[in-house]
Design a protein around this ligand. Structure first.
Ligand code: SAM
Ligand code: SF4
Length: 333
């Protein structure tokens, strides 16, 4: 009998033990870089995983060695069965995390704790009310700020995700870092990534180098500490000396971290994507509904994962590639 634990491995030897599950494609915000203004087409409920199907599929991944699950979307907290889903996933032997816009997070503090969720990533692209509301095309800035304060007060490990876009919010890099000096939060600057219909172009990205140059010129080289990054970390982490929190840079476009990638994604409609940028998907939900086993499908999909960026050699030429991929909101960031 083969007693070796099963793992999801690709042809480059990367082991995949981190699953991001999108609970819904829908959202209560309309961030322009993620979601079309008019929202996305409403699809029949039957096209999406039920809670039972989601739990069944999640358990198959855990049996294949997944140790970390992060819930995302769309906005995961607007999912009707959110409390029950986190309660059930909380019983699995995994580290459970959540990525949210935090508009509704105050309603779930006790449930999050009971499910063992400690790490919560919150998106907040500007510290200026009017600007944030313009980016997200809704008016929840104050609610989100209050909820972030609430999460910190309840000792959650809070990371703040900021998609930096030239001409939109790049003048706030220093203000965000100053926030990390006062509060125990991890600020994370994310490069703007190209997805279907989000008007990405190379000129709008702010590179790792540009961010560090600005931070160094403001705070001084001697006051910036480089922190040790964990092996699969997508963020390069730093701290301003004496700060309560940290800041980091996720440079998916200019300096991708594909070599150590351990992530796979399950969309709300039950498709496995082995990379944010991969165009091919494996329909696990259909297979489950037809009574087929999905273990070999998962292993086969991941084995074929491209070396870098879902197979795109580079995003460097100024021409926008034909991505033929979903919008970010339909993938699950
Ligand atoms: N609604 C939740 C939220 O906003 O945190 C979870 C889903 S959202 C798609 C997950 C993350 O993807 C957010 O941090 C968001 O900023 C990021 N994101 C969305 N579109 C992006 C893009 N085009 N480039 C880079 N990051 C993006
Ligand atoms: Fe919604 Fe998050 Fe996308 Fe903003 S980034 S539209 S909050 S899913």
């Amino acid at each position: 009998m083969d007693s070796k634990p099963k793992t999801i491995v690709d042809s480059y030897g990367r082991i995949h033990d981190y699953l991001r599950i999108s609970l819904t494609e829908r959202c209560n915000l309309r961030c322009f870089y993620c979601m079309p203004e008019e929202g996305i087409a409403i699809r029949d409920k039957k096209e999406f995983m039920s809670t039972e199907e989601l739990l069944f599929i999640a358990k198959q991944f855990v049996a294949l060695g997944v140790k970390k699950i992060r819930l995302t979307g769309g906005e995961p907290t607007i999912k009707k069965d959110f409390s029950n889903i986190i309660h059930e996933l909380g019983k699995l032997p995994v580290e459970l995390g959540l990525t949210t816009n935090a508009v509704m997070i105050d309603k779930y503090i006790d449930e999050l704790k009971a499910a063992g969720i400690k790490s919560i990533n919150v998106s907040l692209d500007s510290l200026k009310e009017e600007r944030f509301n313009a980016i997200s095309r809704r008016n929840y800035f104050n609610k989100i700020k209050e909820n972030i304060t609430l999460l910190i007060a309840h000792d959650f490990k809070v990371k703040i995700n900021i998609v930096l876009i030239k001409g939109t919010n790049e003048d706030e890099i220093i203000d965000f870092i100053k926030w990390s000096q006062k509060d125990k939060i991890a600020i994370r600057f994310i490069e703007f990534m190209p997805f279907d219909g989000n008007n990405w172009n190379w000129e709008k990205k702010i590179s790792y180098k540009e961010i560090l140059e600005e931070v160094t010129s403001h705070f001084g080289f001697k006051n910036i500490e480089k922190l040790e990054d964990s092996p699969n970390d997508t963020t390069r982490n730093f701290r301003i000396k004496g700060a309560k929190g940290t800041f980091g840079i996720i440079s998916s476009v200019t300096n991708p971290f594909c070599d150590t990638c351990n992530r796979i994604r399950l969309t709300a409609d039950g498709k496995l994507k082995n990379c944010l940028f991969s165009q091919s998907e494996t329909d696990l939900l259909k297979a489950v509904r037809e009574g087929d086993e999905i273990e070999s499908m998962i292993l086969k999909n991941c084995w074929s994962k491209a070396k870098e960026r879902g197979g795109y050699k580079s995003f460097e030429n100024t021409e926008i590639p034909n991505f033929n991929n979903r919008t970010m909101v339909a993938i699950g960031g």
